[in-house]
Design a protein around this ligand. Sequence first.
Ligand code: 26Q
Length: 805
Amino acid sequence: MAKAALTQRELKDKLLNVLNDKYGVTPDAASNQQIYEALASIIVTILREKRKNFTNKVHSEGRKQVYYLSMEFLMGRSLKTSLFNLKLTDAADKILKEYGITLDSIYEAEPDAGLGNGGLGRLAACYLDGLATDGYSATGYSILYELGFFKQKLQDGWQNELPDNWLPGGKIWLVERPEQAVEVHIGGEAREKWENNYHIVTYDKYTTISAVPYDLFVSGYDSEAVSKLRLWKPVNPIHDNTPFITGDIASLDAAARKSYEVDAIGKVLYPNDQKEMGQELRVKQQYFLCSASINDIVNHHMATYGTLENLADKVAIQINDTHPTMAIPELMRILLDDCGYSWDKAWDITTRVFAYTNHTVLPEALEKWDISIVQKIAPRIYSIIVEINNRYCGEIWEKTHSTELCNRMTIIDGGKVHMARLCACASMKINGVSAIHSEIIKESVFRNEYQNTPEKFTNVTNGIAYRRWLCQSNKPLCELLDEKIGTGYRKDATKLKKLEAFRNDPDTLKKLAAAKLENKKSFAKYVKQQCGKVIDEDTLFDVQVKRLHEYKRQHLNVMNIVADYLTLKDDPSANILPRTYIFAAKAAPSYYFAKQVIKLIWSISKELDKPENKSIREKLNVVFLENYSVTLSEKLMPAAEISEQISLAGTEASGTGNMKLMLNGAVTLGTRDGANIEIGAAAGEDNIVFFGMTAEEVKHRERSYSPIKIYDSDAEVKAVIDQIEKGFNGNDFADIARDFFKGKDQYMALADYRSYRDAQAKVSELYRNAEKWQSMSLMNIAGAGVFSADRAVDEYAKNIWGLRK
Ligand code: 26Q
């Protein structure tokens, strides 16, 4: 077992020095902000050095490296996890205590690096941790967004979006490397011609953007390896200073406009709704990321090996959903135009380098860009895509003589470029993110591609950086684990299995209950501080936290709440298990219905707050927490008892919040969707509460589905929807009642309602048997080991990238 990166003495000396040199203060006079920045800068220096040593070793052994391309990395905070992974938490804690400062208060000075929408971005962040912990050589690439994903503020229950200006507190983690800047060319004109059997490509009149790297280091736990996240900042290179010297207004104007356009590329992270956004800017962002990253990878490889012949032996590039797809034609462009490779040779290299992960089956989420936009932003890339497609369609025709198949697989179709089809065509491997999801994509989105190249398809079930949500967030539980199973689980999550032996041990179960209660108390205190709302830790904490979307069916959860509300309204003494329903969710800014659902939850919460509803509130309380983030999830997960994972079967690719909740002992109440199925297998089917239709049943039912028939025939459903229509706290929700429930009910909430109600009743019954409940909770913790990112990236490394440790 490796020792701490520094002794307590060394850390203290460094801290005192930095505080003195940078701010001229001693710890007792320093602000929390100053101490945070001083600790951060010490860690950055350690990690930078460690990464250098690790990289030297990797190079000297000629080992293969992986590059993870993603438009999003939802990193959250870095200080706590870095101290923990470097085994410096105790030392830092003791040093600060000497000055009467708590380490926790220092953590609060750090903003989240919220460079992601949700699951996909957090997964990328978790994988950097897992890769470093497992000892793999990994680099992530993304954009240095000036503004992260928006901050959510509710006004009268309506979501407002505020800019997330994270850099003032967050840039301390970034190391600028201007000497490694690369050029990206955008726009312009590309022409091709044949001359004496030579294919001549000219590309000119483009705009040059400088991509400047900012590196953020991610420590592994108890490991030599350090992952690097390289964030590109777009900068306008001022080659031509004449307008500034001559003062020519028109040229100055053009120069200012260009600066503005370049800055816009790095301004803001897009929310995951395609409808209302500026498509051109998004495509520009994507090409900027792809071009900068591929050029960097190629430069680095050339500097190490002096040739690209062995690129595929030394480099694997993972594409996180289709967002970085243009990396594929960009590598082709460099091999063809810059290095003079033949098409066949370039294609052979490219198709052995890339692998692609799919994260969704919702058709509206599949990226298709207008030809005109791709052509305008990256004309040479477009011409390469056309050539890839011509050859691809040619091959399919040769193989099958089916025009129909060619039409279904063509990358360019209906005036659009289908990014997923391009990924499938060029990648060595294609994976889904849970067992069921990897099966579904073979029958749906990639039905034809699967028939053509079945050997490309594989599954890697998602995993989480579990230490962040267990060791770094849930001290009471970790103390119990240390006592019962030792500390081996910190490095090897499968060791959590040892806890199973205690499933019927009264002492363990009692202590497990005590740990949960302690966490619930802390969380209740936090909620009180944050929004003034009082929640009772003696009630069951029932948690649904995730992005707001109709397919995730927060509104089904609301239906159950309203049904109980109506019962209690009638008879406050009704035998209903006291619960606190906890929600947190951001809606995409232009997603009207999602915002309505937030307002609905908020209105119910307000209604229950009224003094005249006190006796109802004792049994039924609802809280909506603003601004769900990585940091909020770290505070919430330890306190959760029920994990609501209630998406319509077949729609949630995996889910990862479900894994964090399970790990903290929450029992899943869920559909047979995404990773829930594997959670059931890992915890044992008796330790999860499933309900609702299976994905198969959904498929069969869909065609003849009629929500209004259910509304008309089930009195309770009718009463619930009518109440939602009438509203709460003076707000009506006729829109939701009409469109979500009585109209299309696209995600079939009414079809699963009865089964969900029954499942909730079963939960109450199980919870009333305290010992039974704690034993279920324990089995979830014991089974959570397979959902570690350490395991997931190991599967990628072995089955997809061909990496050695
Ligand atoms: C696309 C085009 C333009 C602008 C934005 C986007 C965009 C951005 C983000 C589309 C989708 C996303 C994010 C998707 C996502 O988070 N998917 C989730 O990925 C998790 C990790 O695999 C899964 O666990 C979840 O099931 C899946 O919903």
